[in-house]
Design a binder for this molecule. Structure first.
Ligand code: DOR
Ligand code: ZN
Length: 448
């Protein structure tokens, strides 16, 4: 029998494992450089050992392709319960994620009804069983004080919305935020915050396009929300969602706080498109801001990349701009778009893997995101020669559109979960083995 898994508080440890069941050989990143390795995988789907390649033995060689850890996406909206199912469901969303190189997502609570208590978490967990291609961690809204204690034992993390958005009509007033943060600091769960302070919104203006939307919900709202969050106790496991300003990023880095940026805010500006498909909260920013954020990302100054996959049916996006919902799909395209930037020489693979694979998994306390003994053998195999233009027709999301139509992408050739392929030759070949996970350990503050 396998010895018990022992974990330190700051991560999974190397441990003696069961017999080696398979060996995957190829190149991977070793201290930031691509080197040939053999990855031995045990019978439980965990990485047994990582060594230099040797000829012979029962092994599969991926040739010129590169083996990377699979990614973790901290931020998706899979629209269950409540739909709309023609935007996304747990089965479709998790298959899209798998095709995009992701084996764990954090699913947000702004559903219909919203996830605010332990029963809501239990209901969503029941929807995951037997229907999910990859694992999910379930966020819950900490808005019902009496539900908090039981909720903390059921949910995987908290999500607090400071500004209104899809499914969130009235966020807590500013004066209630510091006491809530103090209360949450006493609960050992990660907290993600949507950082827009509505007191800075220019709600008298009527937006007609993404430039107007950026005007209504300006960067000043993000800065004001960070002022509120600066009151958070040091011990709070605080992470800020979808940061859009480079000044905000510098501020959180200086404070040692975790945060994420999205491909939307890295790759698109408020002039990338003029219709409501490009409407998102927080808004797309000016091109100069986008470029500065991209430069900070390239320098490795952004801890986490997350998709904020928030699909809406095309019909809803075709409403007049001010009445259309906010959000875009992105879980299937996040890693492929950025792998193409690596191929183009604009981004280092090491920076991408840290932001998309390693740090998000550590933030959620998961033994994922590194090719190291004791970690789950959740991997992707990437052939950097396989560039292709993205098109909604070949994407999995039922919403049927992408803001990245025609953009160059490199989709993973294979994706492995627990030592078995779930994507082969770019096609989903897995089964609904995804489970609900909760943090297994707490990362140190600021290490994200
Ligand atoms: O644009 C957004 N869409 N921002 C959010 O905060 C929520 C999301 C959604 O659920 O549609
Ligand atoms: Zn979101």
């Amino acid at each position: 029998m396998a010895p018990p898994v022992r974990r330190r508080r700051d991560g999974p440890t190397a441990r003696p494992s069961t017999e080696v069941a398979s060996v995957l050989a190829g190149r991977t990143l070793v201290r930031g450089r691509l080197e040939p390795v053999e990855i031995a995988i045990d019978g439980e789907g965990k990485i047994h050992s990582v060594g230099r390649t040797r000829p012979g033995g029962p092994r599969r060689d991926v040739g010129e392709a590169v083996i990377l850890p699979a990614a973790t996406d901290l931020h998706v909206h899979f629209r269950e319960p409540g739909g709309p199912a023609d935007a996304e469901t747990i089965p479709t969303g998790t298959i899209g994620a798998a095709l995009g190189g992701i084996t764990l997502v954090g699913d947000m609570p702004n559903t219909e009804p919203p996830i605010v208590d332990a029963d809501g978490v239990a209901d969503k967990a029941a929807r995951v069983r037997g229907r999910a291609a990859i694992d999910l961690l379930l966020y819950a809204s900490p808005t019902q004080p009496r539900a908090l204690e039981r909720l903390a034992r059921a949910a995987g993390a908290f999500k607090l919305y400071l500004g209104p958005t899809t499914g969130i009509g009235d966020p807590p007033p500013a004066e209630e935020v510091p006491p809530l943060l103090r209360r949450l600091a006493g609960i050992d769960l990660p907290l993600t915050v949507h950082a827009e302070d509505p007191r800075q919104f220019r709600s008298d203006r009527r937006p007609h396009d993404p430039v107007g939307w950026n005007d209504v919900r300006p960067l000043a709202a993000e800065a004001a929300a960070l002022d509120l969050l600066a009151t958070a106790p040091d011990g709070l496991r605080l992470h800020v969602a979808h940061l859009t300003g480079v000044g905000s990023a510098e501020r959180l880095r200086a404070a040692g706080r975790s945060f994420e940026v999205t491909p939307m805010h890295l790759l698109l500006s408020d002039r990338s498109g003029s219709d409501a498909r490009f409407k998102v909260n927080p808004p797309l920013r000016a091109e100069s801001e986008r470029r500065s954020l991209w430069d900070a990302f390239r320098r490795g100054e952004v801890p986490c990349l997350a998709s904020d996959h928030a699909p809406h049916p095309l019909a809803a996006k075709e409403r007049p701009f001010d009445r259309a919902p906010s959000g875009m799909p992105g879980v299937e395209t996040m890693v492929p778009l950025l792998l193409a930037r690596v191929r183009a020489g604009e981004l280092s693979l090491d920076v991408l893997v840290r932001a998309a694979c390693d740090r998000p998994a550590r933030w959620l306390g998961q033994p994922l995101g590194r090719i190291a003994p004791g970690h789950r053998a959740n991997l992707m195999v990437v052939d950097f020669r396989a560039r292709e233009p993205l098109t909604a027709k070949t994407l999995h999301a039922p919403c049927g559109w992408t803001p990245y139509e025609g953009w160059e992408a490199i989709r993973p050739r294979e994706v492995w979960k627990d030592g078995e392929p779930i994507v082969r030759d770019g096609e989903y070949v897995g089964r609904p083995s995804g489970e609900v996970v909760r943090p297994e350990y707490a990362p140190g503050r600021g290490r994200g």
